[in-house]
Design a protein around this ligand. Structure first.
Ligand SMILES: Nc1ncnc2c1ncn2[C@@H]1O[C@H](COP(=O)(O)OP(=O)(O)OP(=O)(O)O)[C@@H](O)[C@H]1O
Ligand SMILES: [Mg+2]
Length: 272
């Protein structure tokens, strides 16, 4: 399987690398020997069927799970995270699927949620300016940062969650199913946003079930199947190839072919 890395700047080093990362929950092997590299300014899509290990991978990189075995490297150093705050401190931000926004608070308050104890110490006006700056950088369509989140559309909520994750200048941002609950126009808006984040030079990891969205923004597509790497593809890989890797159909085709070759070889040996 050839993957085109030529789009990357020459000599580029990955921000994040996983080597043989496994995660077991008791007898369940949720991840088995996963390898992954994420470079600055690229979008890596992680796709896979239900139970493939996508969320476990995200939670492991977010510091919420410790790998059972394997190594995680960040900016050239091996890291061991003890919890989510370690991931944030390093510069690995996560937008979880449920977004974790407060409906009754406005956009500014949501962007700064949980930062009360951070070294930012901004007053209300400074927070409002910072919120506008972040949203403008993303070319986001939020009419008023004083609107409560309850009044926003799904796409706008995703926007707020992404803006919040950028507050501490991360190097990597992980998005779990960012377009899952969105209509066509809102999906386009969020995909544009992901482009902006990528242009800022961040490494983006996007979990998605939607091949069209993946194709639209991803530089590479990593397929997980039953907790294992089942191929890395360019975004121009056909639907058939991607779905095949996700469902294991390619496994079957390959193993059928290998079996057939072995049978033919056996016949040749017999006749000689
Ligand atoms: N905390 C846990 N304890 C025990 N088993 C778990 C735990 N978390 C995940 N698993 C198991 O690990 C495997 C991978 O699950 P995971 O949630 O990572 O899959 P996923 O790819 O995110 O699936 P989905 O598309 O359904 O969200 C599944 O078999 C799941 O049951
Ligand atoms: Mg999941």
């Amino acid at each position: 399987m050839s993957v085109n890395y030529s789009a990357l700047p020459e000599g580029a080093q990955p921000i994040l690398s996983l080597r043989k990362v496994s995660k077991n929950f008791g007898a369940v092997a949720a991840l088995t020997e996963i390898d992954l590299d994420v470079y600055p300014g690229e979008v890596v899509a992680i796709v896979g069927d239900n139970g493939a290990g996508k969320s476990t991978l995200v939670k492991t990189l977010a510091g919420a799970h410790s790998p059972t075995t394997g190594q995680i490297w960040f900016e050239g150093k091996e890291i061991v995270m003890k919890g989510p705050s370690d991931a944030l401190e390093l510069g690995i931000a996560t937008v979880f699927q449920d977004l974790a926004l407060c409906e009754n608070l406005d956009v500014v308050a949501n962007i700064f949620l949980g930062q009360e104890k951070s070294p930012l110490h901004l007053d209300e006006t400074e927070m409002e300016v910072k919120a506008w700056t972040l949203l403008n950088e993303l070319a986001a369509r939020i009419p008023n940062v004083r609107d409560v989140v309850a009044s926003l559309s799904g796409g706008q909520r995703q926007t707020v969650a992404i803006a919040r994750s950028l507050l501490l200048n991360p190097k990597i941002i992980m998005l779990d199913e960012p377009t899952a609950a969105l209509g066509v126009a809102q999906t386009a808006e969020v995909l544009n946003l992901i482009e902006r984040v990528k242009e800022k030079g961040l490494g983006v990891i996007m979990i998605s079930h939607n091949m069209q969205d993946v194709r639209a923004v991803a530089d590479r597509v990593v397929v997980l199947r039953l907790g294992k790497n089942n191929g890395v593809f360019n975004a121009d890989a056909s639907n058939e190839v991607l779905i095949g890797a996700i469902t294991g159909a390619t496994d079957n085709a390959v193993s059928r072919r290998e079996k057939r070759i072995a049978e033919l070889e056996e016949q040749v040996e017999v006749t000689v």
